[in-house]
Design a protein around this ligand. Structure first.
Ligand SMILES: CC(C)(COP(=O)(O)OP(=O)(O)OC[C@H]1O[C@@H](n2cnc3c(N)ncnc32)[C@H](O)[C@@H]1OP(=O)(O)O)[C@@H](O)C(=O)NCCC(=O)NCCS
Length: 270
């Protein structure tokens, strides 16, 4: 689940800033990339070539795209300095960058009380249009800052925008940081067809291959059975429980390590 909107807009943004604003370095210069990576639980980058020394045309790279054919797993051949792929295609879904026109269908999904049941307090409180706008702004800012994030999801057959799936830093739960969460929120019209699992499964190579994370977590309301079932189908294991700092409700935290994923947990390699 994405928790980018678990705290109300302003609080969430403030929390994220507090948590992730790099401390000023002694010489006042920007914190190096490897330090930023460490804060989100990534391995340090190998020595990086200063892009400015490379001819500018090299930086006009072709879009980082991945097509996930059933039964295959990407190999570690890609330049991870590019971060996550900006487009992932699976059997039934396209996970892509956000567009302005996604706002309307996302706001419609966010107004649905069955969607907000385990995301809001009281449960059936819809997200307002403004809250959805703030959420999408934060998702896009997360992509800018970290080079990975939650994807806009399109169902291939209908070509409809159906929600989001992807990776995000769970800033709302400081006790678990540094961590990266795999999360999801889909249009109820598309539930129960395995789409959340399919999309999330395609995000695991992003975490483990592109970003070289050691592990990935997923955090859900303890009673959100559908979401917890998705975690289980991904091969994640129950790690610990917690209490939502702002809402006070019980949270269940699942975790999957790169080693477990490489060993084929949850049928991830097939
Ligand atoms: C969670 C969510 C993304 C799941 O999407 P989905 O595409 O239906 O998920 P999948 O079809 O891949 O898997 C759902 C699984 O949960 C099961 N499930 C659904 N409702 C359930 C319930 N009430 N109790 C137990 N299991 C349930 C389904 O049967 C399926 O398991 P199965 O394949 O073993 O039969 C969707 O319900 C959603 O968007 N919910 C609202 C937002 C939300 O809560 N996000 C997560 C926050 S942690």
């Amino acid at each position: 689940m994405s928790r980018l909107d678990e705290v109300t807009g302003e609080e969430s943004a403030a929390a994220a800033e507090l948590e992730y604003e790099p401390p000023a370095s002694p010489n006042g210069l920007e914190q190096p990339q490897h330090a930023r990576r460490a804060r989100v639980g990534m391995e340090p980058e190998p020595e990086v070539v200063d892009q400015r020394e490379v001819a500018p045309v090299v930086r006009l790279v072709v879009a980082h795209v991945r097509i996930v054919a059933p039964g295959t797993v990407p190999t570690v051949t890609e330049d991870r300095a590019r971060g996550a792929p900006r487009l992932i295609e699976t059997a039934h879904l396209v996970l892509r960058e956000w567009r302005d026109e996604d706002l309307e269908p996302m706001a419609r999904i966010d107004r649905d009380p069955t969607v907000t049941r385990y995301l809001r307090n009281p449960p059936a409180t819809p997200f307002t249009r403004r809250e959805t706008e703030e959420l999408v702004t934060r998702i896009r800012a997360h992509w800018e800052e970290h080079r990975f994030g939650l994807y806009a999801v399109v169902e291939k057959e209908t070509e409809e925008f159906i929600g989001f799936i992807g990776l995000a830093i769970p800033a709302f739960l400081p006790q678990i940081l540094p961590a990266v969460e795999v999360g999801w929120r889909l249009d109820p019209a598309f539930w129960g067809r395995g789409l959340a699992t399919e999309g999330a499964r395609a995000c695991l190579p992003v975490a483990f291959v592109d970003l070289r994370l050691h592990d990935v977590v997923s955090i859900g309301h303890a009673e959100n059975a559908a979401s917890i079932r998705v975690m289980e189908k991904l091969g994640m294991r129950h790690d610990r429980d917690a209490v939502h700092p702002a809402q006070g409700w019980p949270l269940r935290i699942f975790r999957l390590s790169r080693t477990e994923w490489q060993a084929g947990a949850g049928g991830l390699r097939g």
